[in-house]
Structures are given as C-alpha cells and as structure tokens.
Write a protein that binds this ligand. Structure first.
Ligand SMILES: [Zn+2]
Length: 192
C-alpha cells in the first residue's frame, strides 16, 4: 500500500501532464475505467487507473480528475485531494469537470479531516481507557510511595513522614487503582 502511494506521489510530482489527445489504446482503456467507476465498481476502476498511470507517458488532465474522483469513493481521501487539486491547477476554471472537481474536493477534504480526527480520538481513547496491564498481577507496588507505605514531606525544620494517602500505608495498590492513577483519576484514600 505504502509503495503504491509513493509511486503515485512520484507520478504526481514528476509526470508530464498532457493537454493533447491520448492515443487510442489508452483513451479506450480510460473510457472503460470511467465506465467501471460510473457503475460503482471503484476497486476495479482503481486497478485499471493505477495500471494506466504506471504505463502512460503523459497523463491526460482528465485522468487526474477521474482518478481523484474514484479515490474519493474508495475513501482514499488524501490521494483524492492530491489528484483533484492537480486537475484544478492544470485546467483552472475552464476544465469541463471543474464544478464536480471542486465539489468532490470539498467532500474529500471534509472526510479526510473527519477521519484524521476520529483516528486521533481513538488514540486518545486507548490512552485514557485504562488499558495498563499490571503484568498479570492484581496488585502492584504503589507508584506514589514506591511501596514504602509512607511519603515524605519537607517541613520548615524537619522532614515529616506521612502515611501514603494513596495506598493507605500499604505497599501495594490494586491494578484497577493503578489504572486510575495512570489516568490521573486516583483519589487519595486518606484525606488530610
Ligand atoms: Zn503508597
């Protein structure tokens, strides 16, 4: 997947875009791929577009639009955005697919942001859902007092010992409490 993406990236940045008519062989294959896309066979169309892009020497600008549109339907939003932008850059407002390119681009950008947001939320979720295992133990050394049962408080003239308020003087806390601690939710058992 990654290698296809980088191949496409290289294609986008280095390929010669052609404004002249494509030769019959490729123009026929592009038409067929567009038919597939219009019938909703996006995967098949994608394979075909990808193969054409790999083999054609000068990419016709319309192909940039088709591939961008098809990529949108496959939820390949970044790829869709790149190709639709390329099409708009090359053809400007005069392109025959200009309106559709702009509206598809807007949809792709919206979907891309939504997807990026969802995946970062999913990451946050897993960070905060308390999935810290305690190495299979149901008790773990109290991270606050390091199992000492006491914590030290530096007073004005002396060091004060205080029973660890989190483990209540015990060396261990439960795995559940440890998870609460890691989430910043653990309340001291002993309050001053
Ligand atoms: Zn403790």
């Amino acid at each position: 997947m990654k290698s296809i993406q980088s191949v496409l990236f290289i294609l986008i940045s280095s390929v010669l875009f052609s404004q002249t008519p494509v030769d019959g062989y490729f123009s026929k294959r592009i038409d067929q791929a567009v038919d597939m896309m219009n019938m909703g066979e996006y995967e098949k169309a994608n394979d075909e577009f990808t193969d054409i892009l790999k083999n054609i020497t000068a990419v016709p600008t319309d192909l940039a639009f088709y591939f961008g549109k098809n990529s949108y339907h496959l939820s390949k939003y970044k790829q869709s955005i790149n190709w639709l932008n390329k099409y708009i850059q090359l053809k400007g407002t005069q392109g025959r697919f200009y309106d559709e390119a702009v509206s598809t681009l807007n949809l792709a950008e919206e979907a891309y942001i939504k997807k990026a947001k969802a995946s970062s939320e999913a990451m946050m979720e897993s960070l905060t859902s308390g999935e810290f295992d305690c190495g299979g133990m149901d008790k773990i050394i109290c991270p606050v007092c390091k199992g000492e049962g006491v914590v030290f408080k530096k007073g004005a003239f002396e060091t004060l010992y205080q029973t660890c308020p989190y483990s209540a003087g015990e060396p261990y806390i439960t795995c559940e409490e440890y998870n609460q601690f890691m989430r910043g939710e653990m309340e001291p058992k002993i309050k001053n």
